[in-house]
Design a protein around this ligand. Structure first.
Ligand code: ADP
Ligand code: MG
Length: 298
């Protein structure tokens, strides 16, 4: 017997390095008319590097001490930023202290107890520091300068007070701009960028890849609202993401695709399809495969 078109399309997608989980998903991919892309790990490679280490005056920390403290708290996290911090400490051969009571909040950051102190690391915008606290004012200024340079800044706090700022930067995927252009051509409208990162770094990257609709500083539930709003307006949205923070949006969207290599387990399980070979350009390719198969089905 010849294989039904949607099943051969699944086999074909597999040859492109995309695992499509069912025939229903294969069919839905061809229906999408709007694509929402995550930034870190999706448009970027997801292997960021620590580029800047700023211990704050009065913290008693030097660069190495700040980095090893941050690495201790980040060690259990699977977030790309956390891996960057741990790798930076490792490449300096720092000894990383034990930690306890790790917690992680998607889109916000992590907390842990290190040497009896409570350490919190996360986005500057998510910190509720007293505005007149000099350390907090200084930390925000350092973070803003890093963000203006296109970096992602995270603030390290010890017992509630900022002790340092780290700057992290990730490379754009080589096929990011061509994928954005390909998706725009396929759907007739440019993709939307949905990111938890700061607006400055987001705008800079969006300009580089040719995205004009940018939504930044989104918590996981805000990514869901953005998708639902588009779908309420009649759109069929394809979400492409990699993180734990993308999982709710991957589930809420008409169709969700996860980046397989650096993607979190939750994103891989939640998504309808997984990019196994780590090439973003396979997204427009599978949409095309679906459309071709649907023409044969109908
Ligand atoms: P994106 O949507 O770009 O993939 P996320 O929603 O995962 O970004 O993260 C948004 C922001 O939350 C990050 O830019 C960072 O400031 C903060 N954050 C998230 N996880 C961590 C972590 N493990 N350590 C430090 N900061 C984090
Ligand atoms: Mg991400």
């Amino acid at each position: 017997a010849t294989m039904p078109p949607l099943l051969s399309a699944i086999a074909n997608a597999g040859r492109h390095g995309v695992l499509v989980k069912s025939a229903v998903v294969m069919e839905r991919l061809g229906q999408v008319d709007t694509v929402a892309l995550d930034k870190t790990g999706t448009l970027t490679e997801g292997t960021p590097r620590v580029t800047d280490i700023h211990p704050l005056a009065g913290s008693g920390l030097d660069e190495d001490a700040l980095l090893s403290l941050a690495a201790a708290a980040e060690r259990p996290s699977e977030h790309p930023l956390a891996r960057a911090v741990v790798d930076a400490a490792r490449s300096r051969d720092l000894s990383v202290p034990e930690m306890r009571d790790f917690t992680s909040t998607p889109g916000v950051g992590v907390t842990a107890s290190v040497h009896g102190a409570s350490i919190a690391i996360g986005a500057p915008s998510r910190l509720s520091d007293a505005r007149d606290d000099p350390a907090a004012v200084h930390a925000s200024a350092v973070a803003a300068a890093l963000e203006d340079g296109g970096r992602t800044a995270v603030i390290v706090r010890r017992d509630g007070l900022p002790v340092g700022v780290l700057g992290v930067s990730d490379r754009l995927r080589p096929d990011a701009a061509t994928t954005v252009a390909g998706l725009a051509a396929l759907t007739g409208r440019g993709p939307v960028l949905l990111t938890g990162d700061n607006p400055r770094a987001a705008a800079r990257l969006a300009a580089e890849v040719g995205i004009s609709d940018v939504r930044a500083e989104l918590l996981p539930q805000h990514k869901v609202s953005a998708v639902k709003e588009l779908e309420k307006a009649g759109r069929r949205v394809l979400v492409v993401g990699d993180g734990v923070n993308d999982a709710p949006a991957l589930a809420a969207a008409h169709t969700g695709i996860a980046m397989g290599r650096a993607g979190s387990d939750l994103a891989l399980e939640t998504a309808d399809a997984v990019i196994v070979r780590d090439e973003l350009a396979t997204v427009p390719a599978v949409v095309n495969l679906s459309r071709a198969a649907r023409r044969l089905v109908v």
